[in-house]
Design a protein around this ligand. Structure first.
Ligand SMILES: Nc1ncnc2c1ncn2[C@@H]1O[C@H](COP(=O)(O)OP(=O)(O)OP(=O)(O)O)[C@@H](O)[C@H]1O
Ligand SMILES: [Mg+2]
Length: 234
């Protein structure tokens, strides 16, 4: 799905978070959103997902203002798993809470897709590692076959090796399943590796945008300073 955002404005009382955001999310591509903590990245994707209303501007989903948000899925920034539910129940959460029981086959196939061994099917989140938890959260986001997936800092809290593995996995799955992906990250290396287009937000507007493979060639001062602050090492 192609999503076009024109002059989007969003505030919370007198906190003008998104001042004037225009961007395009291309169909079946990987779009990366970058910016300092608190600049409004999570608010932006939640607004696109229609979890928040907005004050001004336009959002078109495949050219239309209306969209069936069932086509969307989100891996939330602090989207922890439900500790009291088994891994399988976490992945099939939407069916599980609706008392549906025939999800085992689908869960096993998804676990296979995200590189999780079936032996953890009946385990609880406290019994698996941080990297495995991210895979479970990703499998849960894929469960409803989304057309668009929003990933809010999918590698936060992981060491560089596990971050690389998760990034590779995300890229492989979204390419294979032809999913439009919007990823928020602080990680420049991830952005270069996994992204097609990037947008850098600062002070409520898009300060820089372009091809992820050319991030390090940016001439934008604010973005350059963000990159050096990110302590990026190639
Ligand atoms: N539900 C809310 N009600 C009021 N203010 C909010 C709400 N959600 C976010 N904000 C405010 O919007 C601003 C942007 O927050 P947001 O979570 O989008 O930042 P972010 O760019 O995702 O930061 P981080 O990188 O730390 O996750 C902050 O000032 C925050 O306090
Ligand atoms: Mg955030």
């Amino acid at each position: 799905m192609k999503i076009e955002i024109k002059n989007l404005k969003k505030r919370f009382n007198d906190n003008f978070v998104l001042k004037d955001i225009s961007l395009t999310i291309e169909k079946n591509k990987s779009t990366i959103i970058l910016g300092q903590s608190g600049c409004g990245k999570s608010v932006l994707i939640k607004t696109i997902y229609q979890l928040f209303s907005f004050d001004d501007g336009l959002i078109f989903y495949d050219g239309k203002a209306k969209v069936d948000i069932d086509k969307f899925s989100m891996l939330f920034q602090y989207g922890a798993l439900f500790d009291s539910l088994k891994i399988s129940e976490n992945i099939a959460f939407t069916d599980f809470i609706n008392n549906k029981t025939n999800f085992n086959k689908k869960v096993i196939s998804l676990m296979n897709d995200v590189g999780l061994d079936k032996s953890i099917f009946n385990k609880y989140p406290s019994e698996i590692s941080g990297g495995m938890k991210k895979r479970v959260a990703f499998a849960r986001a894929l469960y409803k076959n989304p057309k668009v997936i929003f990933l809010d800092e999918p590698t936060t809290g992981l060491d560089p090796i596990n971050s690389d593995k998760i990034n590779e996995l995300i890229l492989k799955v979204i390419t294979k399943r032809k999913i439009t992906a919007v990823t928020i990250t602080h990680d420049i290396k991830s952005a270069i590796k996994t992204g097609d287009h990037y947008y850098f937000i600062d002070k409520g507007i898009i300060q820089d945008k372009g091809d992820c493979k050319k991030i390090l060639k940016t001439k934008n001062k604010a973005f350059k300073s963000f990159i050096s602050g990110a302590d990026f090492k190639q």
